[in-house]
Write a protein that binds this ligand. Structure first.
Ligand code: PGA
Length: 247
């Protein structure tokens, strides 16, 4: 399983960050899962440089520009230089701050140009009975991947994160059978865009209120490849419990 810990802006204290990294390294040694930590940019620079452990790192977002006079931007190149392996692209919290399908396309191409594997976040705002949310998700996938080469399309990791579940508790999260359906649907859409119409190698992970109370049920039924975990990833004990639940 691929487990991505998205610290968002929750972890601001250096000692807390160090404790979480130490816990993650220890977990990575004994777990079969691949652990990816996505700290804030300053902590990414601190912990990813020279990292020799089994833990790998993601940058939480990258700039839509390749660099230059852009105060405050974190470019794919800078993230790669400090040791990031992955880049989260199109998180709903970034989309809410202005990321469009066009800027997401830009970000994906910068990620690839710098050797970062993108984790593309998609997900609907709400569910409806007519299935409009399916069209919404399809549109997000098609628009993000269309500009990429066939080889790049096959390398994007998809993180399905319904916005209505993000930041909630396990009992308000997606139900396992709904996740199963959604993973199948996403793979069907992906297959239309991939070489050989084969999406079986694409990693599709789930995010949105993943907690110790639901991770095992979600993992068990849905054939999901892993999880993108926000609030439950920022406490060492909870994060350990989550990783152990699915090991
Ligand atoms: P959550 O966030 O686990 O706190 O719901 C997931 C995410 O936004 O990536």
């Amino acid at each position: 399983m691929l487990i991505i810990a998205n610290w968002k802006a929750y972890v601001e204290d250096l000692d807390r960050a160090k404790e979480l990294i130490a816990t993650s390294k220890k977990l990575a040694r004994s777990s079969e899962s691949v652990l990816v930590i996505a700290p804030s940019a300053p902590f990414l620079g601190l912990f990813a440089v020279g990292n020799k452990s089994k833990v790998t790192f993601a940058v939480q977002d990258i700039s839509a520009t390749p660099g230059g006079a852009k105060t405050g931007e974190v470019t794919a190149s800078a993230a790669s230089a400090v040791g990031a392996t992955y880049a989260i692209v199109g998180h709903s919290e970034r989309r809410a701050l202005g990321d469009t399908n066009e800027t997401i396309t830009e970000k994906l191409s910068h990620a690839f140009a710098q050797g970062l594997t993108p984790i593309l976040c998609i997900g609907e705002h709400k569910r409806d009975t007519e299935g409009w949310y399916l069209n919404f998700v399809r549109e997000q996938i098609v628009s993000a991947l269309s500009a990429l080469t066939p080889r790049e399309r096959a390398r994007v990791i998809i993180a399905y994160e319904p916005i209505w579940a993000i930041g909630k508790s396990a009992d308000q999260s997606i139900q396992p059978h709904d996740l199963t359906e959604m993973i199948l649907y996403i793979r069907k859409v992906l297959a239309e865009l991939l070489p050989g119409k084969n999406a079986s190698h694409t990693q599709v992970v789930y995010g949105g209120a993943v907690e110790t109370g639901n991770i095992r049920a979600l993992a068990g039924e849905s054939r999901v490849d892993g999880f993108l975990i926000g609030h439950a990833s920022i406490d060492p004990k909870t994060f350990s419990a989550l990783v152990q639940e699915i090991s």
